[in-house]
Design a protein around this ligand. Sequence first.
Ligand code: FE
Length: 247
Amino acid sequence: MKYKAFHKLSYGLYIITTKVNNNNAGYIGNTVFQVTSEPSQIAISCHKKNATLEKILQSRIFSISVLGKNASTSLIGEFGFMSGTEIDKFRNVETKTAKTGAPIVLDSSVAWFDCKVVATQDVGSHVLIIGEVLDSEVLSDEEPLTYAYYREKYKMLSPKNSPTYIEKEKLDGEQEPVKKQKAEPQKKEQEKGDNMDIFTCQICGFQYNPEEGDPTAGIPPGTPFEDLPDDYKCPICNAGKEYFKRN
Ligand code: FE
């Protein structure tokens, strides 16, 4: 089996939320898909270690916000890589209350769906949840974010709780298709030097490439990782420099 084949499956990125006992909960998911049109039903797959799962099963409601192509990376980082037990993910986001009572995240969203749970299926590490759509709205004409675009742009890994998570070692062990390989000019390699090494965030997989810098943090291209300020934070998951490792 070739694990990279799974990267050829297309997905979007979504914020899935619920509310129970007056507490909001939510996470980023890519496994959201419509399963029937009449009635309109949508399925999500949620990891058993995800704190939101229990709350959805309790409240029997959830909302889905469809993220736009230019979605905020810090929003993705907080909802995707941090736990609601560590931070209040909703403290900086604009929400509205759905008919079901679930909080709909409006920031970076191009559409939303409000659902009530009609069926669940234990599938091992995850629970498949099917919801009937009670309400929905389009918020913007912006293109929705695709998972492939997100992975390519940010060189990101799936969070470990994602149904599509594949260990980096498994992917690294597989060869790239031959035609995609482009030989790097040798001279460029030599010029690079040690201090232009790429560093990877061990929490979320974001790669800091000195050649690109980090425009979101005002770090210009050509800045070696060692020269980043001590309080530099991963733009995706907010982890400090100490969580980065040289590739
Ligand atoms: Fe990170």
